[in-house]
Design a protein around this ligand. Structure first.
Ligand code: DPP
Ligand code: ZN
Length: 874
């Protein structure tokens, strides 16, 4: 069994590393790594005789020396987890010489080969797979790296910091030495070597320094990086303007790699990105891809300060950098696109992943108290809920104090490995606010349920709002204490306008913030002219579940709320309620009747199509299957699918002529831009096409085929293809074959080819995904391809994943076991799709439990997948 790490056991390292100098002799099968560490005992550790413990994994040790004297085997202990050397002086130099096998590194952690080139991924614990090192984030050292390689095959040699020297050797080898002047933890080390092409630009910082920007990709991809470069420069400017943070090196490089476990990595001065989050051309990437690339480029760039300059003391503090950096990329998205729409997308993501996580066996606090494999805690809770916690701090203390708090945070913690207390302490210093109770957001798991009741006294012109909070138990936490919940609210009058009201001596007509700190609490507003509808949690001011509105109130708010988020939210909640009722009716055997309000809201959205296409597209949509599942006591995937299909068909039928008209008006005009208006127009056109198809399949198929034939943008082609793939018409296979032929060799588009089939609702989907595992383009070693088939199916095909036969569960279980032999971190992720197994009917529960038991019973299961499977099974 793998030992559990506990936050409570934290102890400073026994030795610190001042400098580390690395020499890599790069060879795919046998790379030699020589490391020289300047070591110093750390008085904070407390035991002046403690041995030096260096982490190491899959390393072949050739030699080790202290202060230039080789150690014989009796002087050290080489174990499964690394190297232990006792009796060291208080300061010394350690030399190690190891050999590693990058080509055999299918885990894609440490140094590995992708497409014949070398890349690294060191977060969280990959550096120990490169050399022996105290591989923990509170050991911050100055790094140099000398890369030696065959010059013809590896003309590009990159690492962190600046290149300071280079040379050629007689045998066709060349070398470059990189020095990073900033101390950093080992997880931020990076190396790239290969036959890459690059695109360059520059950025002049606010103080006038020139930064050389480079994006490195494989030959043939250089025409797909313009967008990433624009995003990078926009991010650099935004961080200067909004947070006063300037880039701190002369070079900023990004390298793209096709085999990557995650999305991207913020290595100091050398970000490494999954190709899926860099490469974009209108004919190969969708608008969603463009927006995602923008946010991730920004996210990784923002880590330069929130992550690199100030890093985490230990991995329990992961949200210190991730929650804060997601908050920063969300703010960037809101500032540079449409603030309300951006917030809606972020909240949908939070609810879709984090609320689901928080409500099941994988629930854990934003700061988990224990873990077996930290790779399993790069979660929606640490990232997305962590961002909401930072947002609540800002809402409570106000934007000015928050910005001062950020300045204090950097001034106090620069070049150190910090804790969440350091961050919250800076916010306290800036505002004077006492965060003692607030800290529960970091240490208690679970999503609070908030309900409300209002009472209006016309004579006294007084409105009393009573709010209640309760949080259900989560694994290991039976009792929950009340959270501090900032409630941004307005009072809406009978005419739909915000009403003034006075509380705590302050009269406000628009949005104000009150703090719910007790289990139940009343807020009394005086001088209120009429009975209001309270518009609560404007702009989603806290990550809670709110209940209590009736349909009349929701319809009123959807039409009038002054808060853009809550206008959408009210219409969304209305649709959820109507559809849940239709699901209950379906389960009783009743037929589907289209609710007038549901239809009228879609008609009203079409009225806004010309003025606000992006918003109209968003308002046309229906709540997704997972949103409805989330609200059912016992999830019934067949009924959900039946009702969503019937609703789309009924709306498509009722408004067919209008959808056709707007579809005709939103045709591609030959220009391509990713501004909100253009993206909105394409989204609107695609939404119309989907409703046309739902209401009149023959008309829809003809338009979808024409849309593909027009070959305008991937946004239009892919939606049309996905709609065809949901049918059994002969047009489906024709279109798939043509799409495959057109994009053969473009790995990211072929990923889409797999994903849309994995997400299909067509009746033969299970047989077709089995066949896709034997497709010549399927490669279980490539994480993007694996995710686009197996995880797209498990996460985004509720209908067939939950097929009553259990075949969907069996498919994911088999694929997980196969993937676990190759890449444990990617395989472990797949367990999340089983997390809500107890929310289904007994027959499905039995089948999901059996699938989990099969995985757990595998003898050679990795510790990563075992931890996840056992937590889910619990
Ligand atoms: N630290 C990375 C990130 O930006 C994780 N791979 O989220
Ligand atoms: Zn991050």
């Amino acid at each position: 069994p793998v030992a559990e790490h506990r936050l409570a056991d934290y102890r400073p390292p026994a030795f610190l590393v001042d400098t580390v100098d690395l020499i890599f002799d790069l060879d795919p099968k046998a790379t030699r790594v020589r490391a020289t560490l300047a070591l110093r005992r750390n008085p904070a550790h407390g035991d002046a005789a403690a041995p030096l413990v260096l982490d190491g994994e899959d390393l072949t040790l050739n030699a080790v020396a202290v202060d230039g004297v080789a150690l014989d085997a009796a002087a050290y202990r080489l174990g499964e987890h690394g190297l232990v050397i006792a009796d060291l002086p208080d300061a010394c130099t350690l030399d190690t010489d190891v050999t590693i096998d990058p080509a055999g590194n299918t885990q894609l952690s440490g140094l590995y080969v992708s497409g014949g080139d070398f890349f690294t991924q060191c977060e969280a614990e990959g550096f120990r797979r490169i050399t022996f090192f105290p591989d923990r984030p509170d050991v911050m050292a100055r790094f140099s790296a000398t890369l030696v390689a065959d010059e013809a095959r590896y003309p590009v040699l990159l690492s962190n910091g600046n290149p300071v020297d280079r040379g050629a050797m007689p045998d066709g080898q060349a070398w470059v030495k990189w020095v990073d002047p900033h101390p950093k933890p080992s997880y931020l080390f990076a190396l790239v070597a290969g036959m890459l092409v690059s695109v360059h630009d520059e950025f002049i910082t606010a103080s006038g320094r020139t930064v050389a920007l480079g994006i490195y990709v494989r030959q043939g991809d250089e025409d797909k990086v313009d967008h990433a470069m624009v995003c990078l420069k926009r991010s650099m400017r935004w961080d200067e303007e909004v947070f006063g943070l300037e880039y701190d090196l002369d070079i900023f490089n990004i390298a793209a790699v096709g085999d990557f476990n995650a999305g991207a990595m913020e290595n100091k001065g050398l970000n490494i990105f999954n190709t899926a989050l860099v490469l974009a051309r209108p004919d190969t990437a969708t608008d969603a891809d463009y927006l995602r690339i923008d946010r991730v480029i920004a996210h990784e760039y923002f880590h330069n300060w929130t992550g690199d300059r100030v890093t985490c003391r230990d991995w329990f503090q992961l949200s210190l950098k991730e929650g804060l950096t997601v908050f920063r990329d969300q703010e960037y998205g809101a500032d540079t696109t449409d603030a309300s729409l951006s917030r809606i997308e972020d909240v949908l993501r939070l609810r879709g992943f984090q609320f689901r996580e928080d409500g099941g066996p994988l629930a854990h606090p934003v700061r988990p108290p224990a873990y077996r494999k930290i790779d399993n805690f790069y979660t929606a809770t640490v990232y997305e809920k962590g961002a909401e916690v930072v947002r609540m701090i800002r809402t409570i203390i106000g934007a000015d104090a928050f910005r001062r708090g950020m300045d204090i945070y950097f001034a106090t913690n620069d070049n150190t490995a910090a804790t969440i207390e350091d961050f919250v302490g800076a916010m306290h210093e800036a505002s004077g606010y006492d965060f003692t109770q607030f800290m529960r957001w970091y240490d208690q798991a679970g999503t609070p349920a908030v309900s409300f009741a209002g009472a209006y006294d016309a004579e006294a012109r007084r409105y009393t709002l009573t709010l209640r909070q309760a949080t259900a138990p989560t694994p290991g936490q039976a009792e929950k204490a009340p959270f501090v919940i900032p409630v941004a609210l307005g009072l809406i009058g009978p005419d739909g306008q915000d009403l003034a009201g006075t509380i705590d001596g302050e009269t406000v007509a628009g949005t104000r913030v009150v703090l719910l700190t007790e289990a139940a609490q009343s807020f009394v507003f005086t001088d209120v002219a009429a009975a209001p509808v309270p518009s609560l949690f404007r702009n989603f001011s806290a990550p809670i579940r709110l209940s209590g509105y009736d349909r009349a109130q929701l319809a009123m708010m959807a039409a009038h709320d002054s808060d853009g988020f809550n206008r959408w939210e009210a219409g969304h909640e209305y649709a959820v309620q109507v559809l849940l009722e239709a699901i209950a009716a379906h389960q009783r055997g009743a037929g589907f009747t289209l609710d007038d309000g549901l239809r009228d809201a879609r008609a009203a959205a079409l009225d806004q199509a010309a003025a606000a296409p992006a918003l109209a597209a968003r308002l046309l949509g229906l709540p997704g299957a997972s949103t409805l599942a989330d609200r059912m006591a016992v999830v019934d995937p067949d009924a959900i699918h039946a009702v969503l299909t019937a609703a789309r068909r009924a709306i498509g039928g009722a408004l067919q002529a209008r959808f056709q008209a707007i579809y005709g008006q939103t045709a591609y005009d030959g220009a391509f831009a990713v501004d909100p208006a253009s993206v909105g127009r394409r989204a609107l056109r695609n939404a119309c096409l989907a409703y046309i198809m739902a209401g009149d399949e023959a008309a829809g198929i003809a338009l979808a085929q024409a849309q593909i034939a027009a070959d305008t943008t991937m946004t239009e082609s892919l939606t049309a293809l996905a709609l065809l793939v949901d049918t059994t018409s002969p047009a489906r296979d024709e279109a798939l074959a043509a799409f495959h032929a057109r994009f053969q060799g473009d790995a990211l588009v072929i990923d889409k080819f797999f994903a849309i089939q994995a997400m299909s609702s067509a009746p033969d989907t299970l047989a077709r995904i089995e066949a896709l595992t034997r497709h010549p383009d399927f490669d279980i070693r490539n994480p993007n391809r694996y995710r686009s088939l197996v995880l797209a199916f498990g996460y985004r095909n509720a209908l067939w994943f939950h097929d009553a036969s259990g075949a969907g569960y069996d498919f994911v279980a088999r694929m997980t076991l196969a993937a676990d032999q190759v890449n444990r971190s990617v395989a472990a992720r797949g367990m999340e799709v089983f997390a809500d197994w107890k929310r289904y009917d007994p027959a499905r529960q039995d089948k999901m439990r059996a699938a989990l038991d099969r995985i757990i019973a595998a003898n050679d299961l990795s510790p990563n997948t075992r931890e996840m499977a056992e937590r889910v099974r619990h």
